[in-house]
Design a protein around this ligand. Structure first.
Ligand SMILES: [Zn+2]
Length: 337
């Protein structure tokens, strides 16, 4: 429902030509784009997961569109300086890829190289080390495998029959958002239980999808690549005690230094919405010496932006059309008088 409304709004902006008409006033100084997986097939039945994957062909389209709109693609590290400069020049775009998926190397990197486009890869140490599961994918796969489930949660039992595709889609969506409301431990325990029932091997999946440190070492040598930190275990930081949250942030920077020999200045909040990262985290990241940190709160960049709470626009798998992205980066959907 929510996605249908967004699509309608973007279509309207595009059909009426509002994006081109208003962009000079609403697009801000530039934009940071978020990518997750880049690969040819996306069979996800959960919209929240389908959104996290685009095809290599669409990545090409995105880069072509940015060029056509005369955006300058700059490294994320150059964003603070660009925001400090007087406005009036070309808008800029910084490209960011979260989590460290191997398909970023296999499918996205050749395209980025062809366009000479710098980018930042936010690495989660627990994925590189195969110790943290990709719970959102395990949840989807478990429900796809199971004909039904019964799960005891702190606020009661959730039970569903999941034999047909329609039943699976409905139950999955409900379960996803119900679990997202809990603390990190409850969410992870519930997904582990379901994954076991479905006979899944969550850590084998991480190994199949994410680059390990050795692969990341080679990947990071590309002159277009910058590595950023993305915690140790990919938790929603705002749900954790302050000490644990701090250790997650600082620890991920330490692991990158130890394994890749790099000093990272950029951080991405896992999940990154207001329930996952708030004022406490923005301050924590600044105290730890990061120069910038990105959320997933949608928006374009304006001078005076808080550097550890930068908004980003997701290049979303559910909206793989040039005119949707053009409407989004015009800033019009986020414009407030
Ligand atoms: Zn992430």
């Amino acid at each position: 429902m929510r996605y249908r409304m967004i699509r309608l709004a973007l279509e309207a902006i595009s059909v009426l030509g509002l994006d081109s008409a208003f962009a000079p006033r609403t697009r801000g100084a530039g934009v940071i784009l978020t990518f997750h997986r880049v690969h040819p097939d996306n069979g996800s039945i959960l919209p929240e997961n389908a959104g996290l994957s685009i095809t290599p062909a669409f990545l090409e389209d995105v880069l072509r569109l940015l060029r056509a709109l005369e955006y300058e693609i700059i490294p994320l590290g150059a964003v603070p300086q660009r925001l400090a400069e007087p406005s009036g020049g070309r808008p800029f775009a910084a490209l960011t890829f979260d989590d460290g998926y191997r398909d970023n190397r296999d499918f996205a990197l050749p395209i980025l190289q062809r366009h000479n486009a710098p980018f930042t890869l936010f690495v989660c140490a627990g994925f590189a080390e195969r110790t943290t599961p990709l719970w959102w994918l395990d949840l989807e796969d478990a429900v796809r495998q199971l004909d039904g489930f019964r799960l005891a949660l702190p606020d009661g039992v959730i039970e569903a029959r999941t034999q047909t595709l329609a039943e699976k889609m409905t139950a999955l969506r409900q379960l996803y958002w119900r679990l997202r409301a809990f603390d990190e431990e409850t969410l992870r325990a519930a997904v582990t239980t379901l994954a076991h029932q479905a006979g899944l091997d969550p850590l084998a999946r991480v190994a199949a999808l994410c680059m390990d440190w050795q692969e990341l070492r080679a990947f990071a040598t590309d002159p277009l690549a910058t590595i950023g930190a993305h915690t140790l275990t990919h938790p929603r930081l705002a749900k954790l005690d302050a000490g644990v949250a701090r250790a997650e942030i600082a620890g991920s920077r330490d692991r990158i230094r130890e394994e890749l020999g790099l000093e990272t200045k950029a951080f991405a909040y896992p999940v990154g919405d207001p329930t996952s990262a708030g004022p406490r985290e923005f301050e924590m990241v600044r105290d730890l010496g990061f120069e910038m940190a990105v959320t997933t709160v949608p928006g374009v960049l304006k001078p005076g932006q808080m550097m550890t709470a930068l908004p980003r626009i997701s290049v979303n798998g559910l909206f793989q059309k040039e005119h949707y992205l053009r409407a989004l980066i015009s800033g019009l959907p986020f414009w407030r008088p």
